[in-house]
Design a protein around this ligand. Structure first.
Ligand code: WT7
Length: 654
């Protein structure tokens, strides 16, 4: 076995790594103390890593208190994110590779895009968008596969001051329409098709279906990237080929001077209630934070080849495929494919092919590959690797050890990075040259970050403790609002514990002050590192005419971390059948997307409720986990016999 039972609980920083690291333990301790003593001065100094059109004279201006609630950073600074990511690198590094593109099919040629090429492509699209009437402040929806044009599209929006909203290619037409309608997008950028693991995804057809829904009527133009060459329906004059509109455009494009607090993008994410929230990030603080964390957490060096396997449809892709690495002038790899196609060695083949040095992926991928054994990994060299990272969900120690011992051959520090769509960048993480590692722990706060644990009543817990994870003060990458609903922003994050940002996560702090994230404590389920709101899945289920009521909970899943378990009450007289079960799962896929499809769906003649009508999810979770002996107190239920029926049906299902 590759990970012995007596595996160490602590992995000290390897001396050879510390000797070459950008930040040592002493640096971390000194800078962290400084960042808390004088956050304004600390971050103003860090902000000089950007070029700014007008350097800020202001730094931190934030308060989480209801009376004077505000989050502003570098408020009088001016910059353009595309200039920071492109133009400023041209003189010294114009011929350096900005993007490496590895297609889904390894037989197709890889591509390498220099900073100069990328700049020209972004400028041409920026000009084309302006010609199509897209102006500063307008919203643009991007629904693209993982191809270089996805990066081009994001940066072209940034260049002209348009606010991008990237929608993950796995979302359904209905989910696209919700996101288009919420922000009133004027233009959509998509492709004929995407390809993942050899399977084609009808992106343009999905956009067509989304735009047939009346609520998406803000869209005037659809740009279509020709990717697979598949025949698609072009509706003139709405639909335009991407290559035709950029053709002949000048390769220079005047960048908008944006204020630091002008929006850069909106990204939708699921919460515990209601519709997905449009998380809004602004320009200056976000870019300072994304670039600085990227450089520190990955110990970025000039000649690194960096690969984050996320999709640009998630925040990880925004901050750590696009904005962080490109602002740092790094080489960032864009991978169209999946870990198991054409075989389970693919990740490591790509690492060898492109000499990847810094590798960042999700625990769910690690667990899935670990199940295939060491062979597919050992078949490759991976000698180029220097730092390994994980993100998205708690990593179980077994998976951590396998990643460290087998993938990294025991040489590479593993950084377990905790953060959220809302935080813009990494908040709790080891720094590879500074922090002793513990499998399963995200360890220590990044500079300026002040985590704390509170109990249900908001009382601070000191020392070794377990509780709800809050943040006591702001950091530059923090989201600024929920698009169109500032009250929801305040209520969601700042009302549970006055004066603090509530993360929605639980965590344990050990005797050394290291943090261990235990997972969501709200009704958000983390499926393969993606957030699914139970409320969203429930409302998709009840939108089916045969469903009267539904309750969705998470349950432990070997690969996905958590799976979705749905309890469904059908309308009176409707018998539950296997065919109907399949139909309901399909219905959720088409309402939201495949990622929200329940793994289990159990018929529930009734749901356990309190006398005031509140569904008791705690009980439903225990039934889903098949632990009926741990139901706890059921005496407050309106009808305790409901539970017995559900337990019996669960047990019969095995
Ligand atoms: C939620 C945020 C951050 C980008 C990807 C997910 C969970 C994230 C970790 C980690 C334990 C983690 C939390 C968090 N999470 N990273 N290293 N250890 N849990 O972004 O979709 O906004 O989800 O993911 O529960 O709240 P997201």
């Amino acid at each position: 076995m590759s990970h012995p039972k007596d595996a160490p609980a602590v992995h000290p920083v390897p001396p050879a790594f510390a000797a070459q690291a950008n930040l040592t333990r002493a640096d971390y301790q000194r800078l962290y103390a400084e960042s808390l003593r004088d956050p304004d001065g600390f971050w103003r100094q860090v902000a000089t890593r950007l070029d700014w059109m007008r350097p800020p004279t202001q730094g931190k201006d934030t308060s989480f208190d209801r009376e004077d609630f505000r989050i502003r950073w570098f408020a009088d600074g001016e910059l353009n994110a595309s200039v920071e990511c492109l133009d400023r690198h041209l003189a010294a590094r114009g011929d350096r590779t900005a993007l490496l593109f590895e297609p889904d099919d390894p037989a197709q040629p890889a591509q390498s895009v220099t900073y100069r090429d990328l700049h020209a492509r972004v400028c041409r699209l920026g000009n084309a968008l302006r010609n199509l009437g897209v102006a500063r402040g307008d919203r643009v929806t991007i629904y693209l596969p993982m191809i270089p044009d996805a990066v081009v599209a994001m940066l072209a929006c940034a260049r002209i001051g348009a606010i991008h909203s990237v929608v993950f290619g796995g979302f359904s037409p209905n989910a696209i329409a919700d996101r288009v309608a919420d922000c009133g997008s004027k233009l959509v950028i998509t492709a004929d098709e995407g390809v993942r693991g050899g399977r084609r995804i009808p992106l343009k057809a999905n956009v067509d279906a989304a735009l047939r829904l009346p609520r998406s009527n803000s869209v005037e133009t659809v740009l279509v990237v020709r990717h697979t060459g598949a025949a698609v329906d072009m509706q003139m004059p709405r639909d335009r080929w991407f290559d035709a509109v950029v053709e002949g455009q000048p390769d220079q494009c005047r960048p908008e001077r944006m204020n630091a607090e002008d929006p850069l993008f909106i990204l939708y994410t699921s919460g515990s209630t209601g519709k997905p929230k449009g998380v809004l990030h602004t320009t200056g603080g976000y870019l300072v934070y994304a670039s600085y964390t990227h450089a520190c957490v990955f110990d970025l060096k000039d000649d690194d080849v960096y690969w984050c396997t996320a999709d640009v449809g998630w925040i990880t892709g925004h901050s750590y495929i696009v904005y962080g690495p490109l602002a740092n002038g790094a080489t960032t790899l864009v991978f169209e494919g999946v870990p198991n196609h054409p075989d389970h060695s693919r990740f490591w083949q790509v690492v060898d092919k492109h000499r990847v040095t810094l590798f960042y992926t999700a625990p769910t991928a690690i667990r899935a590959l670990m199940r295939e054994g060491d062979g597919p990994v050992r078949a490759t060299s991976r000698a180029s690797l220097r730092v390994l990272g994980t993100v998205g969900e708690p990593i179980n120690p077994e998976a951590w050890r396998w990643y460290h011992a087998v993938v990294g051959d025991g040489r590479c520090p593993v950084v377990d990075t905790w953060w959220q769509t809302e935080t813009g960048g990494i908040l709790i993480t080891p720094l590879p040259g500074a922090t002793d590692l513990k499998p399963g722990s995200a360890t220590q706060p990044f500079f300026g970050v002040r985590p704390a644990l509170v109990d249900a009543d908001g009382r601070r817990l000191e020392g070794e403790a377990e509780g709800n994870l809050v943040l006591l003060d702001s950091w530059p990458g923090q989201m600024r609002t929920v698009h169109g609903d500032h009250q929801r922003f305040f209520d969601t994050y700042f009302s549970a514990y006055p004066g603090m940002y509530f993360t929605g996560d639980g965590a344990r702090r050990d005797a050394n002050g290291d943090y261990w994230i235990t997972g969501r404590v709200d009704d958000v389920i983390n499926v393969s590192g993606h957030r699914i709101g139970t409320a969203e899945v429930e409302s998709a289920l009840v939108s089916h005419p045969k469903v009267a009521e539904a309750a969705v909970v998470g349950f432990p899943h070997d690969i996905k971390g958590q799976g979705l378990y749905a309890y469904v009450t059908l309308v009176a007289g409707e018998p539950g059948s296997d065919a109907l079960r399949d139909e309901l799962v399909r219905h959720v896929r088409s309402e939201i997307g495949p990622i929200a499809a329940p793994d289990h769906l159990q018929w529930a003649p009734a749901l356990p409720k309190t006398r005031s009508g509140k569904i008791m999810r705690r009980i439903l979770r225990k039934i889903a986990e098949n632990q009926p002996d741990q139901l706890g107190d059921t005496s407050t239920l309106a009808d305790p016999s409901v539970v017995d029926a559900l337990v019996k049906a669960r047990r019969d299902a095995g």
